[in-house]
Design a protein around this ligand. Structure first.
Ligand SMILES: [Zn+2]
Length: 383
């Protein structure tokens, strides 16, 4: 080759180089496209890259040895990463990261973002909390459950507080990502499977579950749209008002993205099953965010659906992200499964529909039978 090139004039050489570059670029594009095609990836490498994760909630009084045992159990089952809720405690996270790494697990710093139950700093500022259409604040009037204590995403002080917590976690050495959870509004519609538990009927948007009508949100909305949602005849069909709230969450996410990337980490989030559903139920439109990966909580039992719905919802999200470089990991809820066979089916369906991984909620519910199945499915993907 070298000899041949030496004989060719410089001009011809440039032409050849250009041609080679174009061919290479096209070949690379084809590989990327194939890898993202549903269930048709022939590349072993992409199969073995299928990633398994588990959400866990840390306890500061649990010993290092107990954590090492727990992490080893996951690692032995082929699980690759743990998403850890430390109650937004960077110190506890710093302790756990090396323990997980020793066992070969990546760590994601899971944070309850807009819903901040028992946040000692936020609780000193009652006006940081979201306000319902009835004019009641989450500070003392909580929708559905006592742990629903939501902060306003528009008010500068409350959003900066959340972003400051994100930054604290992003600085922890060795984590893969800051993992946003509850990055949304409270449920204007609860999942249909949960309604009987709360003895509720939700055929329309109900004012006590409709947020954020705080003075800052109303004022900022009026600046853009010159109308007050409190004077609207029917806020549920006021698209600007819905859009304003979708954008308020998006703005917090996009700022979080900059912060974690400035700290050389990635941003991920646990989100509702697929974008239209997230928009409808909790005013969350995650396909429009600046984010690296999403973990939609495709909890079929919450919606009275069957296991095949895990595949359906995964496919919806993957299609909505197809023009972006955002990876999707399907989240599944362990109590929804009646057997290990069903769990196996869900993992396979998620992969077939384009997920790059599956995450399990949550660690303590992974029985030996489930761990054995997870390991077998993972191994079958590597073949
Ligand atoms: Zn507000």
């Amino acid at each position: 080759m070298v000899k041949l090139y030496q004989k060719i004039k410089m001009k011809q050489l440039t032409k050849i180089c250009l041609l080679v570059l174009i061919l290479c670029a096209n070949a690379c594009k084809d590989i990327n496209k194939d890898n993202s095609m549903v269930g048709e990836s022939p590349v072993v490498e992409s199969n073995s890259n299928f990633k398994l994760g588990v959400w866990i909630t840390a306890q500061s009084d649990k010993s290092d040895e107990d954590y090492l045992n727990e992490f080893e159990k996951y690692s032995n089952a082929g699980i690759d990463e743990v998403l850890i809720n430390t109650g937004t405690d960077p110190k506890l996270l710093e302790r756990l990261v090396p323990l997980a790494k020793v066992k070969g697990l990546g760590v994601h710093a899971w944070i309850m973002a807009m819903n901040r139950p028992g946040d000692s700093i936020a609780l000193q500022h009652p006006n940081w909390y979201m306000v319902s259409k009835e004019g009641k604040s989450c500070f003392d009037t909580r929708p559905y459950v006592d742990y629903y204590q939501w902060l306003c995403p528009t008010r500068k002080e409350s959003r900066n507080h959340v972003l400051g917590l994100v930054e604290g976690l992003a600085k922890v050495e060795g984590i893969e990502s800051v993992h946003l959870d509850y990055i949304r509004f409270p449920d204007i519609f609860l999942p249909i499977g949960l309604l009987p538990k709360y003895n509720l009927v939700q055929d329309e948007e109900l004012p006590e579950y409709d947020f954020c009508y705080c003075d800052v949100c109303i004022r900022e909305f009026e600046k853009i749209h010159h109308k007050n949602p409190l004077e609207s005849k029917n806020t549920s069909i006021d698209m600007e008002w819905k859009n304003f709230r979708l954008n308020a969450i998006k703005s917090v996410v996009n700022d979080a993205y900059k912060i974690v990337h400035d700290n050389n980490k990635r941003l991920t989030a646990a989100v509702f099953p697929y974008p239209e559903m997230a928009d409808h139920m909790v005013r969350q439109r995650w396909d429009k965010w600046d984010i690296d990966e999403v973990y939609p909580m495709i909890y079929h039992g919450f919606y009275n659906e069957e296991v095949d719905w895990v595949g359906f919802a995964t496919g919806q999200g993957v299609a909505d992200l197809k023009h972006k470089t955002v990876g999707l990991n399907s989240g599944v809820y362990m109590p929804d499964f009646k057997s290990a066979e069903e769990l196996k089916e869900a993992i396979i369906l998620a992969k077939k529909n384009g997920a790059k991984g599956v995450a399990f909620f949550d660690g303590p519910q992974l029985t030996d039978a489930y761990l054995k199945t997870i390991k077998a499915v993972k191994e079958s993907f590597a073949k």
